[in-house]
Design a protein around this ligand. Structure first.
Ligand code: FUB
Length: 325
């Protein structure tokens, strides 16, 4: 029988490639995508191998032009860049405004002894970044984690954060101070699946419960607030609104509980080169787990009415988009 020898390139193309987790050289948590100038940047935390809690020291940045080839930009921001912080480099988000890049992060504050929101600023999406204030943007409670910021079409910017309460405010144009009072959002069964934590009845089964990790953005004329829900283990759910500060309407689950190998989940969403992408994290990198999480991504299509389909994790991840130069 004639032996067919496949050229190596063809062979590689015939074998399914596991693109998830996105980064396979270290743990990368709490992924936050940002699209800027035809490139998708991914901001992450960094779980340390062998950790027994989220003792995290730095944030990392990766970029891609085609969703499968990633450039590692290292760690342009770390706990040591905040003189007032000492640990827990948790879920970040970076946004651009007028050519400046604002890197919002939660970290443990030496000032209050609890968690705080900090903001660093840089001239490029990959840094270097510098603490913009030399003090926390907002401090004083374990609630203060997971900031998410969105600059609206009219130039007004908003920030949400919190676990298990949701805090929100409008930011000034400088992006490093508040224009409005910081408020705690009153959660209801209608808006987030359950009342605010202080009003929840112990043992009562609610539709859902907001936990942490909000991701706030607008698409078309609808505002979205995605979040980790259900306590631990976490799934991802979302609410929608016609205006940036609510009222919100609970819309259901996006990523249900399934075997992700991690009891937390944390999402970020971006449209890039005509596709929609849902980032989250799993414990699926070899050696991974609840305190060793890694960013993963799935492509999805919004339903015609702007609602989300159900998304589950895959090993394959996403197909390339565009061509790598
Ligand atoms: O990564 C530390 C914390 O775990 C994040 O702030 C939460 O969203 C959860 O993913």
């Amino acid at each position: 029988m004639e032996k067919i020898i496949l050229p190596a390139m063809l062979l590689a193309a015939a074998v399914a490639v596991a693109e998830n987790p996105v980064v396979q050289t270290c743990f990368t948590t709490d992924p936050a995508p940002m699209v800027y100038n035809d490139t998708l940047y991914l901001y992450t935390g960094h779980d340390e191998a062998g950790a027994d809690f989220f003792w995290m020291q730095e944030w990392r940045v990766y970029s891609t032009a085609d969703m499968v080839n990633w450039t590692d930009h290292g760690s342009p921001l770390a706990i040591e860049d905040f003189s007032w912080g000492d640990d827990r480099a948790w879920a970040p988000q970076c946004v651009e405004r007028n050519g400046k890049f604002y890197f919002y992060v939660p970290l443990h504050s030496k000032v209050s002894g609890t968690m705080a929101i900090g903001v660093a600023v840089g001239d490029s999406p990959v840094g270097p970044f510098k603490d913009a204030l030399g003090k926390p943007l907002y401090d004083g409670s374990w609630d203060h984690i997971d900031p998410t910021v969105f600059v609206d079409d009219d130039g007004r910017a908003y920030i949400y954060w919190g676990n298990p309460n949701i805090y929100y405010a409008e930011l000034n144009d400088d992006m490093i101070s508040f224009k409005s009072e910081v408020k705690v959002l009153e959660q209801t069964e209608d808006s987030f699946g359950a009342p605010s934590p202080k009003n929840r009845v112990k043992g009562k089964k609610y539709k859902d419960t907001y936990t942490e990790g909000p991701w706030f953005y607008k698409r078309g004329d609808k505002y979205y607030l995605l979040y980790a829900a259900g306590g631990v283990p976490e799934h991802i759910a979302y609410s929608m609104s016609d205006s940036p500060m609510g009222p919100w309407k609970y819309m259901g689950e996006i990523m249900p509980l399934h075997d992700t190998g991690s009891f937390t989940n944390h999402c970020g969403v971006a449209d890039f080169k005509g596709n929609s992408y849902f980032f989250y994290h799993t414990g699926k990198l070899p050696g991974g787990g609840g305190f060793a999480r890694s960013a993963a991504v799935e492509q999805f299509k919004y339903n015609p009415d702007g609602t989300f389909p159900t998304i589950t994790s895959t090993e394959e991840g996403v197909a390339p988009v565009g061509r790598l130069n």
